[in-house]
Design a protein around this ligand. Structure first.
Ligand code: LMR
Length: 393
């Protein structure tokens, strides 16, 4: 049997992780996989997470199964964090999933069950695992223009003109905030236009929100998701706690399906069924950390404060890098780095120049020129700026 297996296409982000690990240079700089690092290069366990784990350890007296949807307290806490009061709670069905990727996978399976002919529209570019999973599930897929290579901002005209091709029932995957891999995001007015267009076309938004709190703040980063969810009849939301709680390896995510409350029992039952088919009960430890934090005023305040420190560190690095590049290039053509939001910026250069930076300076960014801003610190920013200029970007 196993002799029939073929080599699978390598994931470029995971390949880069491996290459970085194998590089013996002491001064190498990792701007690859999307993991937050503090200025010393550590991905810390957040203070509130440690405190919540201690509480759980002290008080938990059973590790028996939760429900198929996971712990209801987690779902309630996450619906509150992501949606605020934008949508009546009885319109939201939700299941805990293994990470944000698990939520995306379950969302796509739900779409495939409910609307097998629907085309899923993806931004060009998007997180490479989006098209990979869609292809694996054998679903129809289309792209809409998103990134303007010249300005490194959003090509909104191109996006809307491509989305003119939506058919009723198609699904549009949107990044709720902190677009991965570009760092370029829609303005509030542009979101309003997208919402009106989706409604006019009868298309269903699928929002991937994996970086809430990394851009402009917890509420600001959820604003677009809330606006969409509050305006449309149906919407799917895949949220991740990996980054904003720093619990990457705990695999903590959630899928929310918003629709008519009268259909809620069937929608919830289908989400539970999908969990059962794929892995039965979702992981609980990370979810319990999250609900412990979100339901305790002191822990929540401490988590929010630390998340703000993380966000401001990244913003500071963005400003420093943009300033340094303005000085070295004697131009403002890299100012977009300060305007981008979230963990990533796509600097918009060729794979050859990315490779040159890796060979000459030990700088690892994804071949599409996405860099993880959090991989920098104040000492490595000037090194990166110099390498960018020397590579002729
Ligand atoms: C990334 O985009 O680097 C992260 O979402 C990690 C991953 O799984 O690819």
């Amino acid at each position: 049997m196993l002799e029939h297996l073929k080599d699978q296409p390598a994931d470029k982000i995971l390949m880069l992780m491996q290459a970085y690990r194998e590089d013996p240079r002491a001064d190498k700089i990792d701007l690859g996989v999307g993991v937050y690092k503090d200025p010393t290069g550590l991905t810390p366990v957040m203070r509130a997470v440690k405190a919540a784990e201690q509480r759980i350890w002290e008080s938990q007296d059973s590790k028996a199964y939760t429900g198929l949807a996971g712990d209801p307290a987690y779902a309630d806490a996450m619906v509150g964090l992501v949606l605020g009061d934008a949508v009546a709670r009885d319109r939201v069905s939700a299941v805990a999933t293994p990470g944000g990727t698990g939520a995306i996978r379950q969302a796509l399976e739900l779409i495939r069950m409910a609307a097998p002919e629907a085309t899923v529209w993806l931004s060009a570019p998007t997180w490479p695992n989006h098209p990979s999973i869609i292809k694996y599930l054998g679903m129809k897929m289309a792209e809409y223009r998103y990134f303007d290579e010249a300005t490194r901002g959003v090509d909104f005209g191109g996006m809307m003109s491509d989305l003119a091709g939506l058919k009723s029932g198609d699904v549009v995957l949107l990044h709720g905030c902190c677009h991965n891999p570009t760092g370029a995001n829609l303005t509030g007015d542009q979101w309003d236009e997208v919402i009106a267009h989706l409604k006019a076309k009868g298309a269903v938004p699928l929002i991937d929100i994996a970086y809430q709190g990394f851009g402009d703040g917890l509420a600001a980063d959820a604003a677009a998701t809330r606006a969409v969810a509050g305006a449309v009849d149906e919407c799917l939301i895949a949220a991740s706690c990996s980054k904003n709680f720093g619990i990457y390896r705990e695999r903590t995510g959630i899928l929310m399906a918003i629709g008519d409350a009268a259909r809620g029992k069937t929608t919830q039952g289908t989400l539970n069924f999908l969990n059962r088919q794929n892995y039965s009960f979702p992981p609980d430890h990370g979810a319990r950390i999250v609900s412990t934090i979100l339901n305790d005023a002191a822990l929540r305040a401490d988590w929010e404060a630390e998340l703000e420190e993380v966000r401001n560190t990244m913003l500071g690095l963005r400003t420093q890098l943009a300033d340094e590049l303005r000085r070295l290039s004697n131009s403002d053509r890299f100012d977009f780095i300060a305007h981008h939001r979230g963990m990533f910026s796509r600097i918009g250069t060729t794979a050859e120049k990315v490779e040159k930076m890796r060979a000459d300076s030990g700088i690892y960014m994804v071949s599409d020129s996405r860099m993880n801003i959090a991989g920098l610190n104040s000492e490595t920013v000037p090194i990166l700026a110099r390498a960018i200029i020397d590579a002729g970007v």
